[in-house]
Design a protein around this ligand. Structure first.
Ligand code: TXE
Length: 496
């Protein structure tokens, strides 16, 4: 990797260095290497970014949507061309294994391309009028300036989910990324810059959530906030945004279950939970954090899983033979280790892992052994989001108990069931309280052309991705065109 780069803020089409700001750096969670340095933005910087975005809005909203799509398509081409370089940066800065680092960028490519096409759809409705010679339709209009506040776990994909959808709808954007993956975020911004986005349409302010994020949420010129992160932060963002009567879109946590029934293909279920629980070191919002297993196959599946996970190669994620890299930061490491202690204290049976990995190269990074606990439903580790390589396994006696346990948590993002019984599979689709249900596949594996989001504390009802992604970023205008040349009264001129 070349010399660590020093980034400014990207405001009104230029990289700027406001005077007197502190700086912070990002480091590789595998070995502590310095990657890049960034401005710790302040309220004035958020103000300047919103001013630029507000100024750019009129021209951008009146740019025909297919033309906006062409710029997005160029961005997608650039992401594709630079996929390898960006994938390596994702792995270096966030710690996911290189195949997943590339996957993060591929998801960006897929989504930006998909949204580029939306430039030729952005469909409204035409509906009949109750009156003669009257034509009724809806059109979609942009909201204005939107703030995109993103986490670190999908450091190119999540920003793109928000930015590309906001831009195609004609909004202008201020983007505030998670601080520990600010280099990935800066690369996303550079890509849009190179794609030819007009100045002010996308602005980038790094800095703390409490300072920059709050300033964006409080600014009356910001009409919508798109946030992905933790539940407590999300709640604060929601309440703050509500004061300004803003549309706040939230994607928050999960405690995603994989159910395995006694008729399941156990080899498949084993592969599923291995990937679902320990992919991205368990730091996906859709990660499998609970395995709920029918008592008849419980011992068999668990023994095989433990044996499989104990063969895991945990190490440098840039090495393609590595199964699992570090967790993303010191904060993540201490949070996950504290949950492991909670699990031990509440009497869960530790089947494997349960420690920080130390010695040799491990001492330079945040490595935690993949951890499996046997526990009963209701313990803290079985209901709270841990967001790390820790799996809680719960035994159940039948399908009904499995679904009851699966649903008895405050979250509802993803869910999965392994069974060959078609009736139970369809019942699970009906009965699992989650925004996403997989049948005979792990809880992870979103595709950009399908909606993504959850129920209960996972969010506040919206969905990202898929064709519904544009709901978050558009206002609907209802239009009545009366060509009768006389005054017609709805609800009054009844039956004429
Ligand atoms: O999230 P935060 P973090 C969960 C996961 C993880 C925990 C904390 O459990 O351990 O959240 O992760 C900005 N006003 N998820 O610290 O704090 C912040 O700067 C406005 C689950 O990364 O929620 C960052 O840009 N913004 C999740 C973003 O919010 C604020 C994915 C997210 O930060 C702010 C990631 C404020 N007051 C974490 N405070 C998932 N399920 O996808 C912070 N921010």
């Amino acid at each position: 990797m070349s010399e660590p780069r020093s980034y400014g803020l990207f405001i009104d089409g230029a990289w700027v260095e406001p005077a007197g700001r502190q700086r912070f750096s990002t480091r590789n969670p595998t070995n502590g290497d310095l990657l890049a340095s960034f401005v710790a933005g302040e309220k004035d910087d958020a103000d300047a970014a919103v001013t630029a975005a507000a100024r750019a809005f009129a021209a951008w909203r009146s740019t025909p949507a297919p033309h906006r799509g062409e710029i997005l398509l160029r961005a997608a081409e650039l992401f594709r061309r630079n996929k390898e370089e960006l994938g390596v940066i994702v792995t270096r800065e966030m710690g996911k294994v290189i195949a997943e680092g590339r996957g993060d960028v591929q998801e960006s490519i897929d989504f930006v391309e998909y949204m580029a096409g939306e430039g030729r759809r952005l469909a409204g409705e035409t509906v009949p009028s109750e009156l003669h010679h009257k034509f009724c339709l809806t059109v979609r209009q942009p909201k204005g300036v939107v703030a995109c506040i993103t986490p670190w776990n999908f450091p190119t994909a999540i920003p793109n989910w928000k930015i590309a959808a906001a831009l195609i709808c004609g909004n202008t954007v201020v983007f505030k990324p998670a601080s520990n993956t600010a280099l990935c975020a800066a690369k996303v911004v550079e890509t849009y810059e190179q794609a030819g986005l007009p100045k002010g349409v996308l602005n980038f302010v790094t800095g703390s959530g409490g300072v920059v994020g709050s300033a964006l949420i409080d600014d009356p010129r910001v009409r919508a906030i798109s946030f992905t992160g933790g539940v407590e932060t999300g709640r604060e963002v929601y309440v703050r945004g509500a004061k300004g009567l803003k549309m706040v879109h939230l994607e928050l946590g999960g405690k995603n279950p994989q159910i395995v029934l006694d008729d399941a293909d156990l080899a498949l279920a084993l592969e599923g939970v291995t990937f679902g629980a320990f992919g991205t070191s368990g730091q996906r919002c859709t990660a499998t954090s609970r395995l709920i297993v029918h008592e008849k196959v419980y011992d068999q599946l668990l023994d095989r899983l433990v044996e499989r996970v104990e063969r895991f190669k945990v190490g440098d994620p840039i090495d393609p033979t590595t199964d699992m890299g570090p967790v993303a930061s010191a904060d993540q490491e201490s949070k996950v280790l504290s949950y492991i202690e909670i699990g031990k204290r509440e009497g869960a049976k530790l089947r494997t892992g349960g420690t920080k990995l130390t010695g040799g190269a491990y001492d330079r990074g945040y490595f935690i052994a993949p951890t499996i606990f046997e526990t009963r439903h209701g313990t803290r580790i079985s209901v709270e989001e841990i967001f790390g390589p820790v799996l809680s396994v719960v035994k159940v006696k039948d399908y009904a108990e499995a679904v009851k346990v699966a649903n008895d948590v405050p979250y509802g993002l993803s869910s999965s069931i392994y069974t060959r019984d078609v009736n139970l599979a369809f019942r699970a689709i009906e009965e699992l309280e989650a925004g996403i249900t997989y049948i005979n596949a792990p809880t992870i594996g979103a595709e950009v052309q399908l909606p993504f989001g959850g129920v209960k504390n996972t969010g506040n009802g919206g969905r990202e991705a898929g064709s519904v992604a544009i709901e978050e970023f558009t206002e609907i205008k209802t239009v009545f065109i009366d060509f009768s040349a006389r005054l017609q009264k709805a609800q009054i001129d009844v039956g004429e």
